[in-house]
Design a protein around this ligand. Structure first.
Ligand code: GAL
Length: 492
């Protein structure tokens, strides 16, 4: 064979291998991988032993707000099936498992004067079994299931909550901190306050946007800082763990490069991620000037004697600053933002009116079972870079990322989502973002809040009609497992 032909053949072989197998990218050894769940979404056993009632028990039992009229009474029955959950974690080969503690399971009345020994025993067993399986526990102290009795006192709008919450966190540090070295104080403060206090989307569904949401955020920030300092001062010296929280946001991309649209996009970032991010991660601390100015101006136009956004004292600003050992991030999707050409007309005081921008999506973006979740991997990369640039290159841990479908075990769309988003993660790391862990939401299908069981995010399928709640790996479980095994991913 002539030399030119040999070269041509080799080139052909090389390209076909390249296209058949795709180009492979490797994750650095510094990143670890996990999966997540939350107590109300998986545990069930809502009233076993002396467990107290929480706001999701009340919300699901007494309103018709859940799309399929379901509840978390049994959910995935992880209270009884945690051994199977650990088998699944081992099958996947994850480094860690992120789960949350149900407040009323360990403090039935919400207060720390009375502990449930059964509740403490449940989490002790879970933690011990995880450690024995060589899986690190990552514990969220609060993932939305507030004791109903504390809600009756005003919930997060009550400034006393900072103390009640810290009492709860103290019980958790004392009971589990000898073995748990990774703590999150809160899951998604923005969702807790915006959707639970501002809207009717989530419990306690207060529907007082522009007022209750800011009060909720204010005491939640104080609760977080207080629990952080307690851990830092009292427990860290002997327990040697790390503590932070996890914030959620869409990425808000400017609709055009015009100064007005760029301002609108930055304002949207400051209202969502920055509401809780700025006081803790920025070098100056406090709420961002953008948030303060907007709410102040709107409040005064509306005849309020003071801003609807409460103020921190300078001591509080200092107390809040730096109260996270890493930047925890939950992220799912992206939208465009533009500045309205005419002032948006709204007769209602609301967070969105304070924000005052227009959001929209590109109809060409692939969708999902959730109308708000479009598949836009590049937004993830841009978001990670936004955090790097805005908050002085913090260590970032991604605590949630995932895709909802209706009910599909051959879940190609979920695989495509993960492939796109994990490639975007690698792009961001190559840009210089310091991401040290990535968490898939979720280990298994579970109770998806107001959407009940109509939207599924699991790597494992759960049969909710089966009393055993049988779990079966989906195609995406195999896909995630192979990424973790090989620490590589195909370039998309
Ligand atoms: C997050 C939440 C999770 C899960 C996920 C999927 O906001 O923390 O509990 O529901 O969304 O929608």
């Amino acid at each position: 064979m002539a030399f030119a032909n040999v070269v041509a053949l080799l080139c052909f072989l090389a390209t076909s291998i390249f296209t058949v197998e795709g180009e492979v990218r490797r994750f650095p050894d510094t990143i670890s991988f996990g999966v997540a769940t939350a107590s109300y979404q998986v545990e069930g056993a809502w009233n076993v032993s002396d467990k107290g009632e929480n706001i999701w028990d009340r919300f699901t039992h007494t309103t018709d707000s859940i799309r399929d009229r379901s509840n978390g009474d049994v959910a995935c029955d992880s209270y009884n099936q945690h051994r199977r959950d650990i088998e699944m974690l081992k099958e996947l080969g994850v480094d860690y498992y992120r789960f949350s503690i149900s407040w009323t399971r360990i403090l039935p009345d919400g207060f720390s004067n009375r502990l449930s020994q059964d509740g403490i025993a449940y989490y002790n067993t879970l933690i011990n079994d995880l450690l024995e399986a060589n899986i690190t526990p990552y514990v969220t102290i609060y993932h939305w299931d507030l004791p109903q009795r504390l809600q009756d006192l005003g919930g997060w709008a009550n400034p006393m909550m900072a103390d009640y919450y810290t009492d709860f966190a103290k019980v958790a540090f004392e009971a589990f901190g000898d073995r748990v070295k990774h703590w999150l104080t809160f899951n998604e403060p923005w969702v807790i306050c915006y959707q639970g206090y501002g809207m009717i989307e989530k419990a306690p569904a207060l529907d007082m946007s522009g007022i209750a949401d800011y009060l909720c955020g204010h005491s939640l920030l104080k609760a977080h800082a207080k629990a952080y300092h307690l851990y830092d001062d009292v427990y860290r010296p002997t327990q040697n763990g790390r503590i932070g929280w996890t914030l959620n946001t869409n990425y808000h991309e400017a609709a055009s490069q015009s100064p007005a649209d760029r301002e609108a996009a930055e304002r949207a970032m400051q209202f969502e991620l920055g509401w809780f991010g700025h006081p803790v991660f920025s070098s100056e601390g406090d709420y961002s000037q953008i948030l303060k100015d907007r709410v102040n101006q709107k409040s005064s136009e509306q005849g309020y004697p003071r801003s609807r956004l409460p103020e921190f004292t300078s001591e509080e600003v200092a107390y809040l600053k730096g109260t996270c050992d890493f930047f925890g991030l939950n992220h799912y999707s992206t939208n465009f933002v533009r500045m309205p050409t005419m002032a948006l007309k709204s007769s209602k005081v609301s967070f969105d009116d304070d924000l005052g921008v227009e959001k929209f999506v590109d109809p060409a973006w692939p969708g999902s079972e959730a109308d708000w979740l479009k598949v836009v991997p590049w937004g993830f990369r841009n978001l990670l870079n936004w955090i790097r640039n805005s908050y002085n290159s913090p260590e970032i841990i991604v605590f949630e990322n995932g895709f909802p479908d209706r009910d599909d075990k051959d879940d190609v769309d979920r695989i495509n989502y993960y492939n796109g988003y994990m490639n975007a993660l690698l792009d961001a790391m190559e840009d210089g973002c310091n991401v040290t862990a990535y968490t898939a939401w979720s280990l298994m299908d579970n109770f998806e809040w107001s959407d009940g069981y109509t939207q599924r995010y699991g790597l494992y399928h759960v049969d909710f009609n089966d009393p055993m709640r049988t779990r079966t790996p989906k195609a995406s479980a195999m896909y995630y497992k192979s990424i973790l095994e090989t620490r590589t991913i195909e370039r998309d």
